[in-house]
Design a protein around this ligand. Sequence first.
Ligand code: IPM
Ligand code: MG
Length: 385
Amino acid sequence: MAILQTTRAASDPSFVGQSPIRHSLEVLLKATIVLLPGDGIGPEVIASAHRVLVQVAQSHGHTLEFQEHKIGGIAIDLYGDPLPEETIAACKRSDAVLLGAVGGPKWDDPNAKTRPEAGLLKIRKELGLFANLRPIVTFPELLDSSPLKRSIIEGTDILFFRELTGGLYFGPSGCETLPDGQQRAYSTAVYTTHEVERIVRMAADAARTRRKKLTMVDKANVLEASRLWRRVSAKIMHEQYPDLEYEVVLVDSMAMHLLSRPTSFDVVVTSNMFGDILTDEASMLPGSLGMLPSASIGSSGPGLYEPIHGSAPDIAGKGIANPLATILAAAMLCRHSLGLHAEAEQIERAVRKVLALGHRTADLVPRGQPSIGTEAMTQKVIENL
Ligand code: IPM
Ligand code: MG
């Protein structure tokens, strides 16, 4: 059998979203995946997702090669750099990257030379990952773990497209001392037409494969950069996507609507900072951060996949972290970077089955109720693949 390298699916916008896709008949035989466990519970949840991927690959006859590299606090400790050159090079050579989490109190000193988070921001930029996909889907079995009423959240299925390499995160910033001794600090939200166009198009393509509705979130009543978003996206939607329902919502009202009528949204597209905030808010709809994966993709090259939750230093090393978000991120990796749709669905089905069977990690049950640990949960998923 010929050894084929993976098709770089992330370059194909039709891979975005949950469905149908070209290349789906192509068989992937060989791919390289870089694992970046990072800090806190990162290594534990990455170990789980790794085991799931190995099992899935074996059962389908794929050859996945895994390489592990350092990012975040651990990389600062070892190399004085949250994103060593070697890690960047390995990621660039790979077909996909699976990341755990970065950060922790050990590296929180505001006067430190560098921070773990800088590694994450830099890898996004280095790999050109301008689109961060964050699906917010409620699991029927977990409806009662959400702090919100079942009647409000039932049926929620939102796909966020957060712009990831521009805006306030990457615009000119600085801090200077004024003549009177005060300090003056600034961060600037900057976007170009091209940066807005490519993410809006990607989001609209995804909406086309879903419920055909796109919501663009901005603050155009105040911010100039938002007014650019509004003009650019209105033009694209009018000219290229007349078949989609298109609405614009101000970010402050979006914060409210997400909690009052989450089921009225399908695909949501927004800038870096607004997307950061809104997706953390939205993550409470399904009940636990421990369930939510995310994918960061660019126009070509490897994608980066990670759980939405952070490094959770308080529970690191205790063997109780919920590995499901990272396992679901591995499913997204199969779908978006490797074009392995059946395999992605197989993983997602196994997760749903395990939940339906009643298995829960500690974050998914009320305090004091019985739960299982990271290891056991991983084993359950593997048994149900
Ligand atoms: C996220 C995180 C990061 C961000 C931090 C860790 C830099 O909050 O991925 O949402 O702000 O983008
Ligand atoms: Mg965030």
